[in-house]
Design a protein around this ligand. Structure first.
Ligand code: DOR
Length: 434
């Protein structure tokens, strides 16, 4: 059955289109885009989305799905459900699972799980080093052949600079970007939160901003030296933003991402010792948050990525010092990103940071709303308020500092390859082939 999506405000960063339009979807493709009311009626299911905005499906290049090994926190299917409820049509799984995804077979396993879930497109990264131990390089070619889109030891840094150098050299043979969790683990030490006035007040050990800056500088210099493709994950400090900006100006092949929590919150959020605010890199200072937002605005930072990091109550309902790092983010990313627009960032720019931006980082085909394009779409009501709670949450975990707080902007439907995979006011359709 063909599908017509009627009366939405269509926002397409690739073409700059921002107008009321109707879309005809045939099979997995957009067949026609016409100004609202201008489309000939035909045999199709019609979804009237008046008042809603229609954008290319969101892409999240940084998601922890915890499968294999920690399915009590999340699995590929539950993570896919949370993703589609958040407007994401493609997500990229991180390899810090148990066992670590450091071979072709495990890359294939995660991709197969994604297909079996049949909701969004589940892409996968392979590890940089075997077991993420920074001792031996993982088999990049084998992982690429199995479908890996990038390599990363995310969750921990590549501690050995020689290993990072080799990764940036070797990855060029396979055209794989190296995603860097940029952190000097020795400078971080046993820090629990950002090192500053709040950590002193709370009596918690701090992680200094320079622990990130040093690692970003190292990796940029290694990318410059090798010509490799480097992507800095979860940029959180003002100095890192400057380092990436300067490197781009010199022509270094570097891209960067920032998370909704780093552009929305500061270390003040940790007062109260809520473990949902414990994340790595930690929530920083107001000046860092402002610099991250400036980096998102001026193109220094290419993409918004959630770093969706589910943990169960076993890891989070404990003393702050014992809690694991991470927060879930798939369902809160869009409302938090819309706050950037509410604060003055052009709307198409915000949408680009969640669609064309991440696609470019990974070298995926450019998401677009035009005739012939793949029908991966997010449809949301920018003004609807809601909260993440037991009823709305699709993740297996609840570790979010935004839990129970009012959020503005709600996904109404998500379409992947022409199929409605999430619809908020109807029972979701779980079985879709693509
Ligand atoms: O807060 C985080 N959680 N940061 C990371 O780098 C890893 C992630 C996780 O896997 O839980």
């Amino acid at each position: 059955m063909n599908l017509i999506i009627q009366n939405g405000r269509v926002l397409d960063p690739q073409s700059g289109r921002d107008e009321a339009a109707d879309l005809l979807i045939e099979g997995d493709r957009i067949r026609e885009v016409a100004p609202s009311g201008g489309m000939k009626l035909r045999d199709a299911e019609v979804i009237d989305v008046k008042g809603a905005w229609v954008t290319p499906g969101l892409i999240d290049l940084h998601v922890h799905l915890r499968e294999p090994g920690q399915e009590y926190k999340e699995d590929v299917a539950s993570g896919s459900r949370a993703a589609t409820a958040g407007g994401f049509t493609s997500i990229v799984a991180m390899p810090n699972t148990d066992p670590v995804i450091d071979n072709g077979e495990l890359v294939q396993f995660v991709i197969d799980r994604g297909k079996r879930a049949g909701l969004c497109r589940v892409l996968c990264c392979g590890a940089v080093s075997v077991g993420q131990k920074s001792e031996r390089l993982a088999p990049f070619g084998e992982m690429k052949r199995a479908g890996a889109v990038a390599v990363t030891d995310d969750g921990r840094p590549v501690t050995n600079p020689v290993m990072m150098r080799r990764a940036l050299e070797y990855s060029q043979d396979f055209d794989l970007p190296v995603l860097s969790h940029a952190e000097d683990a020795q400078l971080s030490g046993h820090g629990q939160m950002h090192e500053g006035v709040i950590s002193t007040q709370l009596g918690l050990q701090g992680v200094p901003g320079v622990a990130e800056d040093v690692a970003v500088a190292r990796d940029i210099l290694l990318a410059e030296h090798t010509g490799g493709r480097l992507h800095i994950q979860h940029v959180s400090t003002a100095r890192s933003v400057d380092l990436v900006r300067d490197a781009k100006a010199r022509g270094v092949r570097v891209t960067a991402e920032a998370t909704p929590h780093h552009f929305s919150l500061t270390h003040e959020a940790v007062m109260g010792y809520h473990t949902s605010t414990k994340v790595n890199p930690p929530l920083r200072e107001g000046k860092d948050r402002a610099a991250v937002i400036a980096g998102l605005s001026d193109g220094t930072i290419d993409a918004i990525a959630t770093d969706h990091a589910p943990h169960s109550s076993i890891e989070k309902d404990v003393a702050f010092a014992d809690a694991m790092n991470g927060m879930i983010g798939l369902q809160t990313a869009l409302p938090l990103a819309l706050n950037l627009w509410r604060a003055g960032m052009p709307l198409l720019k915000v949408i680009a940071l969640m669609t064309t931006g991440p696609a470019r980082v990974l070298g995926l085909s450019t998401p677009a709303i035009r005739e012939g394009a793949l029908a991966d779409l997010a449809i949301f009501d920018p003004a609807a308020t809601w909260q993440l709670d037991d009823e709305s949450n699709y993740s297996k975990s609840k570790n979010s500092p935004f839990w129970g707080r009012p959020l503005e902007g709600r996904v109404r439907a998500t379409i992947v390859g022409g199929k409605v995979v999430y619809q908020y006011d109807r029972k979701p359709v779980w079985s879709v082939q693509h």
